[in-house]
Each structure stands twice: as structure tokens, then as C-alpha cells.
Design a protein around this ligand. Structure first.
Ligand code: GLY
Length: 371
């Protein structure tokens, strides 16, 4: 019941395995990559409670010894102090050039451990074992690693591709519904940016996916990973097409900044809202049919995720305040607003010079609907 997506980057190719029971099979799958039977696992406290023993047993039954570092859970861990702690720990554990680091966790642990592996002894290999839906469909694949700076998220990092990804769909059962739905925001994004048939399939199968149907969940993760793998293979370092993966992210980043990167808005929730707003903006600019934003919203509503600004509790800045937060975004070049826009569902493109008035109008309308 396991699917495999191959990422054929020349000299850095790897497989993403998707399916149930992969933690238990970690040793058998990773053993062929190891120079000696030993791995260093980096994880967090909440994931460790659920999954570290299963992963440890998965390695130990193939006679691979496991040493583990357990960090606090949460975005604050993706920072210089924990990065230093991780690198120092890997050195204390005598992890050498040909050894393997294993990242067991969501996006925070994958990004942090991947970045530590990228710089340790000028680069050691690492395996991603993503435990959130968001990490399985997005952050564990494609080699973006890093930490946050005081000046903004993900501003320090490196491209460092994993040597393997084990996306165990059984672990999704332990996710709180809200976290699962946040990851689903990234899943929908793939349909919206490049595969109208996948979006239609999600519309038909959304309730089975939510209810935990194993085959539907494997198909969901596999299709998402395949799309990401295809894009990353064509544009590893985001010189062009990879930017499409940022559909919804300019709005999302402004909303995350406005809500203080807090529990008021999870990243994937911001992506879902941001995708709906990118469709609104595209329709307002006459680029996509007027009925498409409603169809996107209807599906997100059916799934029960956040869709509109009205779904965010507490105060938000006005439209100009949100525009000011957007101006900090990495995608603003020479003060020009760069957005991923759409010609319709499944057809995204990068628009270089979006009129600020159109963006302000979409924001103002969405803010008015909250009142
Ligand atoms: N999450 C966007 C990317 O990996 O490019």
C-alpha cells in the first residue's frame, strides 16, 4: 500500500515513500544509505511522545543504533539558540561526514535539523520523517532548510536536499483536527496552482480524507508530493516556476505577521485564506472567471478550515496596515508587489507588478465582511 515518488535531481536524487507503517520500516528502508549502522534523530517533545519509540524500534530491528535529541515543540525552536544546540549535540555525538541525521517532526524540526545537517562538517546527509500533513506534502520535500531571524521567518538557511523522505500516513491519525486542516490548506494549493483534476478529486473526496480513509489520504499526499517533486526538479532554487508554490503566501505572510505568528492563525490556515484572496484578486483584475473564487471558498468551507478574514479572532490592522506588512515580504522586489495569481483553477502564474489599489480593494472588502 506504499507509494513512492522519485525526485530525480541530478546527483541529489531521492525517494519519498508515502504510506502506513513506515516508521516501523525505517531501518530496512534507510539501511542501504548508511555507511555505519547509526543514526542521530532530532525531534520535539510532543512528537517524541507519540512516535520516537516506534521509529527507534524501526531502526533497532535492523541493528541500527539510535541517538536522539528532543527539543521543545513550537516555532520558537526554529532559531539560532536551538540551531546551535543541535549542531553542538551532533558534534558531541561524533556524527561524521558519512553519517545520517534523521528529522522526526513537523516543519520546524525538518527545517532546523535539515539546516544543521547542511552546515555540519560542511554537509552531512539527512532523512526527513515528517509527522504533520503540512510537512508531508510541502516542507519535507524540496530541500529548503533554515531558521527564523529577528527580521523575519526563514531568512537564514540553505538548500539541502534530503536523502530520503518517509511520509508515514499512520502518524496523521495523531494530529489534532485543526493541524490536519491547516496542512490541507497546502494540499488544496497544489490543485489550485496546477491541477484542476486534482482539485475536482479533492472536492469529491474531501470528506473521506477528513474521516481518515487510508487510501484517500495516501493518494492525497502522493499527488501533492508528485507535484512538488516535478516543480522542484525543474527549478530547485526558485529562479522561476518554484515561486508558484507560494500561491496564497503573500496574503498569508501579512496575516501571520498581523496575528503575531500565534495560535490565532496557523500557517496552513493562512495559506487557505491567502489562496481564496489570490482568486478574489485575480477575478477583480479580470484574469480569472468571476465564479472561481466562490468555488474555492465552497470547498474550503466544506472541509471546515479557515476561509475568510472573518474566521480570524481578534483585531486585524486595516487594509493599509496589511499592505505595509506585505511590503516586508521576500516576494516584494524593488517595492513592486509580486503575487502568484490565477487564470482559473489549476492555472497559476507569477504577476510581477500588481496594482496596489486592486490589492487594497480586496483587503478592504474582506475586512468589511468581518464587521
Ligand atoms: N514551500 C515552498 C517551497 O518549498 O518552495
Amino acid at each position: 500500500m506504499t507509494d513512492t515518488v522519485h525526485v530525480p535531481l541530478p546527483g541529489r536524487e531521492y525517494d519519498v515513500h508515502v504510506g502506513p507503517g513506515l516508521l516501523h520500516r525505517a531501518g530496512e528502508l534507510v539501511a542501504p544509505l548508511l555507511a555505519r549502522p547509526r543514526v542521530a534523530v532530532v525531534t520535539d517533545q510532543s512528537v517524541a511522545g507519540f512516535h520516537l519509540n516506534a521509529l527507534r524500534e524501526g531502526f533497532e530491528k535492523s541493528d541500527i543504533s539510535v541517538t536522539a535529541l528532543t527539543l521543545p515543540a513550537g516555532e520558537a525552536t526554529k532559531s539560532w539558540p536551538y540551531f546551535q544546540r543541535t549542531v553542538d549535540w551532533l558534534l558531541d555525538e561524533r556524527i561524521e561526514r558519512r553519517d545520517m541525521v534523521v528529522a522526526l517532526g513537523g516543519g520546524v524540526i525538518g527545517d532546523l535539523a535539515g539546516f544543521a545537517a547542511a552546515v555540519l562538517r560542511r554537509g552531512v546527509r539527512f532523512v526527513q520523517v515528517p509527522t504533520s500533513l503540512l510537512a508531508q506534502v510541502d516542507s519535507s520535500v524540496g530541500g529548503k532548510t533554515g531558521i527564523n531571524a529577528a527580521a523575519g521567518k526563514n531568512l537564514i538557511g540553505a538548500f539541502h536536499q534530503p536523502s530520503m523522505v518517509l511520509a508515514d500516513t499512520d502518524v496523521l491519525k495523531t494530529l489534532p483536527k485543526r493541524d490536519f486542516l491547516a496542512g490541507y490548506g497546502e494540499v488544496v494549493k497544489y490543485g489550485l496552482l496546477g491541477d484542476a483534476d486534482f482539485f475536482q478529486w479533492l472536492e469529491r473526496n474531501g470528506s473521506s480524507i477528513l474521516a481518515g480513509d487510508q487510501a484517500a489520504r495516501i493518494a492525497t499526499v502522493t499527488r501533492s508530493v508528485q507535484m512538488k517533486a516535478d516543480i522542484v526538479t525543474r527549478d530547485e532554487t526558485e529562479q522561476g516556476e518554484r515561486a508558484l508554490l507560494n500561491l496564497g503566501h503573500t496574503f498569508c505572510h501579512a496575516l501571520e505577521a498581523a496575528t503575531g505568528y500565534s495560535g490565532r492563525l496557523l500557517h496552513g490556515e493562512g495559506v487557505a485564506i491567502g489562496c481564496a484572496m489570490a482568486f478574489e484578486l485575480s477575478a477583480r483584475m479580470g484574469l480569472c472567471p468571476q465564479e472561481e473564487p466562490s468555488r474555492v471558498r465552497a470547498h474550503l468551507r466544506q472541509m471546515g478550515t479557515k476561509v475568510d478574514l472573518a474566521d480570524i479572532d481578534g483585531d486585524l490592522p486595516d487594509a493599509d496596515g496589511l499592505m505595509a506588512l506585505m511590503a516586508q515580504d521576500k516576494k516584494v522586489i524593488d517595492g513592486r508587489l509580486r503575487f502568484v495569481l490565477v487564470r482559473g483553477i489549476g492555472d497559476a502564474f507569477v504577476a510581477e507588478d500588481v496594482p496596489p489599489d486592486a490589492v487594497r480593494a480586496v483587503l478592504a472588502e474582506a475586512l468589511t465582511a468581518r464587521q
